[in-house]
Design a protein around this ligand. Sequence first.
Ligand SMILES: Cc1cn([C@H]2C[C@H](O)[C@@H](COP(=O)(O)OP(=O)(O)O[C@H]3O[C@@H](C)C(=O)[C@@H](O)[C@H]3O)O2)c(=O)[nH]c1=O
Length: 200
Amino acid sequence: MPDGIGPPAAEVRRAGNVEAAAFAIEGPLLVSVRRFADARGAFVETYSRRDFAAIGIGDEFVQDNQSLSVAIGTVRGLHFQVNPHAQGKLIRVLRGRILDVAVDLRAASPSFGRHVAVELSAADGRMMWVPPGFAHGFATREEETEVAYKVTALYAPDCDRSLAWDDPALGIDWGLAGVAATLSDKDRRAPRLADLGPAF
Ligand SMILES: Cc1cn([C@H]2C[C@H](O)[C@@H](COP(=O)(O)OP(=O)(O)O[C@H]3O[C@@H](C)C(=O)[C@@H](O)[C@H]3O)O2)c(=O)[nH]c1=O
């Protein structure tokens, strides 16, 4: 059950080897894929166009990304690309553990400014679908954490934006438990929501 803000929506969608749970905030999905374990180890289909389309992720992915974060408490985000290069993102953890966060920036949305937050780990194999219109970020909960994600639009530096991860107006509990966040210069300088202007 997704531990996002507000009660999780009851809806669970299933197709083939994929299962997706919706949040109280419309759009993001917490995705699980079937794991076939045997004496050698395990096998998973991490993406199937047919099954993901059936559970509501029909967007075409055009780029795969991967990042390594060395320190615990590395925060990457909150990031988004504005139109015409807005990105949907399908995020999973290859090694380690993260708190994954998506903030609703859709101006017309009843949940504008609210967020969902879910732990994803290599061990549980869960994925987060973050649709276009959301800012996305994560905090690492283990050293040497590797994150892989598929995106629906190519990297477009001119359209790339940051939102302050620690903006009090967002009220995100990153679960850092006293660990100082490790940030990029870009993320340290990111504007707050009130100074962002219309994004979507
Ligand atoms: C995101 C990205 C970065 N880069 C380059 C630019 C820069 O020199 C270097 C590091 O970029 P960043 O500091 O933006 O990397 P990072 O902080 O990991 O950015 C990522 O954060 C997570 C939370 C997301 O949601 C992603 O969409 C992306 O914004 O990599 C690309 O060439 N292509 C890309 O698609």
